[in-house]
Design a protein around this ligand. Structure first.
Ligand SMILES: Nc1ncnc2c1ncn2[C@@H]1O[C@H](COP(=O)(O)OP(=O)(O)OP(=O)(O)O)[C@@H](O)[C@H]1O
Ligand SMILES: [Mg+2]
Length: 334
């Protein structure tokens, strides 16, 4: 399935915008600030249910009181999202919902220039990145990550109160342990799936002997749900003193390992690009295999960061997918 068209009303700087993208590759060209990333953002909302960079109050065009975006697939299916500064509504046929229903989501692979910082930034950046990818891959993961995040926010809020007892905290401990174990298990599984093909995919871009894989460290690794829960309960006094949750899956660390060393500090800028490109190709394949749907590829301004060989490699590897590219400059397709 491919996206046939998308229209935007009062979305970021766009008062009215229509894009016909009923073909394999669509190029959105324009100057800085003309609203290219916003178009990809609208596509992301209509396929994933939420933006990759902001919340609705930031997105709605300044000085307007609603936004409306609509996407049509080539099979005629239409999805509309609107926001009126109080609530967000998705509309599919005549049915209205506050969240995009799972069956109406469609997988996408988003490639942004900031992805090239994935290796050098903090562990939380990588956790957030893989949370997004794994959420597209698995509804179970998406649900667990949402529940875990809500529970950690609530637990930390309570821990900041001066007078609080452990029984008030308990329901949040239960949610954290239950969903934390789900996250740990799925993170291990998906990272393992990536590692099986990471080095060989990397070699298809950079023809050499280098090895690349992802490492995973979790303090909940060998625990059962009950043991996890016991630790949270035992930590109550310490956590209350510090005002936050000091143990759990929100502290998992995922690292890129390049030739048996952390890639941050050992991989060059060019090698980093190849590593991230390889990761995107693997994501596309794993998503296609698992969901039996070919993900739509959204490439935001990545060509300015890539040399010609890697630009060609990108186009080649995604040639069986619908690709929507933004760029400030025209580029030669060689
Ligand atoms: N809520 C809003 N209302 C009106 N304008 C906005 C809003 N949010 C952002 N903008 C503006 O919309 C414009 C489009 O932003 P966008 O990120 O889509 O641009 P872009 O074409 O991707 O630019 P670049 O080439 O620099 O990446 C920017 O000028 C931004 O300042
Ligand atoms: Mg942009």
């Amino acid at each position: 399935m491919i996206i046939k068209s998308i229209s935007l009303t009062n979305f970021r700087n766009h008062a009215n915008y229509f894009l016909d993208c009923n073909k394999d590759t669509t190029l959105i060209l324009g100057e800085n600030g003309c609203g290219k990333t916003s178009v990809l953002e609208a596509i992301y909302i209509l396929t994933q249910g939420k933006s990759f960079r902001a919340t609705d109050p930031d997105i709605i065009k300044r000085d307007t009181d609603f936004y409306r975006i609509e996407l049509e697939y080539d099979n005629g299916e239409k999805i509309t999202a609107s926001y009126d500064r109080t609530k967000k509504t998705f509309k599919i046929l005549d049915k209205k919902t506050t969240r995009l229903p799972l069956k109406n989501k469609y997988p996408v692979i988003l490639f942004q220039p900031s992805d090239l910082n994935l290796i050098s930034h903090s562990p939380s950046t990588r956790r957030k990145y893989f949370d997004q990818v794994f959420s597209i891959l698995s509804p179970e993961y998406a649900t667990a990550v949402n529940k875990y995040e809500k529970a950690i926010t609530q637990r930390n809020k309570l821990l900041k109160q001066e007078f609080i007892d452990s029984t008030t905290i308990f329901p949040w401990n239960v949610l954290l342990a239950k969903n934390g174990i789900i996250l740990k298990n799925l993170r291990e599984k998906f990272l393992n799936d990536i590692n099986l093909v990471f080095t060989s995919t990397y070699h298809s871009i950079a023809d050499n002997q280098d090895e690349i894989n992802l490492s995973f460290m979790s303090e909940v690794s060998n625990l059962t749900e009950n043991q996890y829960l016991e630790i949270l309960e035992k930590n109550f006094t310490k956590d209350h003193l510090l005002g936050h949750t000091t143990f759990g899956s929100h502290r998992d660390v995922i690292d890129f390992i390049f030739n048996h060393k952390p890639a941050n500090g050992s991989a060059s800028r060019g090698e980093t690009r190849s590593i991230i490109l390889a990761l995107k190709f693997i994501e596309a394949n794993i998503i296609a295999d698992n969901l039996l749907k070919k993900p739509i590829i959204l490439l935001d301004d990545v060509f300015s960061e890539l040399d010609n060989t890697r630009r060609s490699s990108l186009i080649d590897n995604f040639k069986n997918h619908q690709v929507i590219i933004t760029s400030v400059e025209k580029f030669a397709k060689d």
